[in-house]
Design a protein around this ligand. Sequence first.
Ligand code: GBH
Length: 439
Amino acid sequence: MWNKDFLLGVATAAYQIEGAATADGRLPSIWDTFSATPGKVLHGDTGDVACDHYHRWEQDVDLIASLHVDAYRLSISWPRVMDAEGNPNRKGLAFYKRLLKALRERGLKTFVTLYHWDLPQHLEDAGGWVNRDTALRFADYADLVSRELAGLVDAWATLNEPWCSAYLGYANGHHAPGKQDIVFATQAMHHLLLGHGLAVRKLRANDPGAQVGIVANVGRGTTNGGSAADRRAAELFEIQHNNWVLDPLLKKQYPAALWELWPGAQPMALDGDMDIIGAPLDYLGINYYFRTNVVSDGAHGFTEVPLAGVERTQMGWEVYPQGLYDLLTGFKRNYPQLPPIYITENGTASDDKVVDGAVEDPQRIAFLSRHWTAVDSAVKEGVDIRGYFIWSLMDNFEWAFGYERRFGIVHVDYATQARTPKRSAQLVKRFLADRARRE
Ligand code: GBH
C-alpha cells in the first residue's frame, strides 16, 4: 500500500481553521450563528479567529509541504465566495485561487470539499436544507467555484458527511442550525443528496480533468447483547448511519428499514431525483473514527451501551481499527457500484501540551499506525483504496467541542497562533522520507 500511488495527506475544513469571519465581505454562516448562541458550543468558543488560517495561509502551506505529504484536503467557505444574490465575491475567490496555486507549486495534490457544514445563514433563514431550493442554490455555488478554480483541483468532493448535516443539524440539534425534528432531517438529507447530484453535473462540465466524489462519515455498529433483536439493532445502527447516505448514492434508493426506525418520515421527492443522486462517482471519501456498541431498545430501534474496559480517546470515542477494516470489506461486498475509495478522514483527539518545545502524542501515533494496518489489510482483501488523510493537519475548532479537543498532528497555541509539529507529525515526515528513498 505504501507507494507513491497511495496518497498520504492531511485534512482541514474552512470554518474550523480560517477565522476572519467578517473579512472581505464574508457573510455569516449557520455556524457563526450557532456558535454565538449560548450553550451550543463548549466554553462558548466560536470560529471567529480559529487558527487565523485566512491570514496565515502562506506559512501553513509551507508547514504542509514540510511534512512531505502528498496531498492536502481543504474546504471552501460558501459564504466567503458568494453573496446573497448569488454573485461572486471576488476577494473570497482570490483567496482560494492563491492557496490552491501555492499548494500545487509545492507539488501537493489538492482535494477540495465544497460544503463542510457552513451554510450561508440567509439560506437557512429561507428554510435551509429542508427547503428544496437550497439544493439548487448549492448547484449554483458549485457552478461558480468550479468555473473559477478549474485546473487547480485534483479531486472535488461535493459534501462532507451529509449524515452530520442532516441528523446532527436537524434531528438531534447538536450541530448548526440546531433543529430537532426527524422529518426535517430526512427531508434535509434528500436535499443535500440532490444538491450533491446537481453539483456533480456542474463539476464535470466545468472541470473535466478533476475527479468528482463525495465524503461520507461511517460508523461501525456492533452488539454485546445475545438476542436476535440485539443483532438487528447493530444492523439498524449501520443502516441509520451508513446506508442512509450510501444506498441512495450507490443503489439509487433509501434503505426501507429507515422507515421502520422513523415511521412516516419519508422525504418528499420528485420523479428523477434518485437518478440525479445516484450519478456515477469517481471516488467515495470515507471518514472513520470509532465503533458504537448497541442493544435493542425493545421497540424498533437501537440504544447505545458504552463498553467498559476499552481504550478511549479525548473525545471518549473507542479506539477500534477493526471497525474500519470491517466496514471497508463490507462495502465491497454490498455495493457492486462501489467506486475507488479515499479515507478522507481518520485520526484522534488527545490532550497534548507543548513542553520545552516538544509535544509528545503517543496515543495518536498508536492510533494512526493501527488504523493504517487496518487499511492495508482491506487493500489486501481487494478493496480499491487510493489514499488516506489524517484528520487533522492542526488543532482547530472542533465544532460543538470548541478548542478543547485537539485533533492536529501540529499543535496550535491559540494565544500566539504558534504551530508546533507534534511527535506524530515528525514521524509522518520521517515515514514519507523513507518511502521516497525506497522508490
Ligand atoms: C468529522 O466529523 C468532521 O468531518 C470533522 O470536521 C471533525 O473535526 C472530525 O470528524 C472530528 O470530529 O454515535 O450517533 O452520536 C465526525 C463526525 C462524530 C459523526 C461522531 C458521527 C457520532 C454519531 N462524527 N458522530 S452518534
